[in-house]
Design a protein around this ligand. Sequence first.
Ligand SMILES: [Fe+2]
Length: 342
Amino acid sequence: MAHILIVDDEETIRQLTSQILEMSGYNCYVASDASEARNLLKERKFELILCDINMPGESGLDFVRYALAEYPDIAAIMVTAMDDPVIGEIALDLGVYDYIIKPFERNGLLISITNALKRRRLEIDNRAYREGLEKMVEERTDALRDSMQKLRKALEGSIHAMALTVEMRDPYTAGHQQRVADLASSIAKDLGFSEDRVNGLYMAGVIHDLGKISIPAEILSKPGKISEIEFDLIKTHPKVGYDILKAIEFPWPIARMVLEHHERINGSGYPSRLSGEDLLLESKIIGVADVVEAMATHRPYRPALGIDKALDEISGNKGKLYDPDVVEACLKLFGENRFSFN
Ligand SMILES: [Fe+2]
């Protein structure tokens, strides 16, 4: 049975009340003032407090306010000799379940206590249910986040495997795709891309030359000038890359970024001679990063031209071949020493 704490400065009331309640099977503890009651609360667990309002020392209302704040699972009923609606309202606002006027009848008291204990049980069960639900949602969210993370890792792993496949056949572009992806991501961040959009761009950068897999290795690593026929063959690589990737449902338009990375905004690029407004901004960024990286590093058909020549190329053709905002962002990155190729 429930444990009830009776707080009242009148001894007769304490005795009478505990007698009635003990006879109904409750375990009663009595306190003659608030400080005694506080000590009892520390010693053991109570389900209900029956508390007088007017007592010497700390008032019943102040004590109950403290008790409900410290022990939220306790139910409280106030007892008073004065039927004052203002005090009654204050008591109910505190979270007290009932307000009994002295002298009270045995039955009225017992009904009030039964109701308070029932309501308390319901509220505790409710809270436990809600907390259980919240915990379940939290656990499921964690599990979902976990599997998303694993999927993303697997996706990144597959993309790096594809990148390696091209680079193993063509050692001269080894690292090229990675460096283009790094520069393109830095430009995109400066242009205000969201983290997610930068991720998509980065992944496209890492495999933008995937289509070179279909070009004979002798042509890719041929020193000196290449013939027109050979160049025509090389120019198929964006479309080949696109055809390999287009069936994969990436969360970003990666196949299109690969397809468009050699297009130029004045329509002079390949394979489709698209102009600026038809190109993804991502494609224009990879295009600029690709040119800068390629010119800055060594190629089989020529030595490295250096970063200054590479930056001259894009600033000289800003607004003609290359998107002006992308060029500006790229020049700023190097000008402010915020980027360098590894
Ligand atoms: Fe390319």
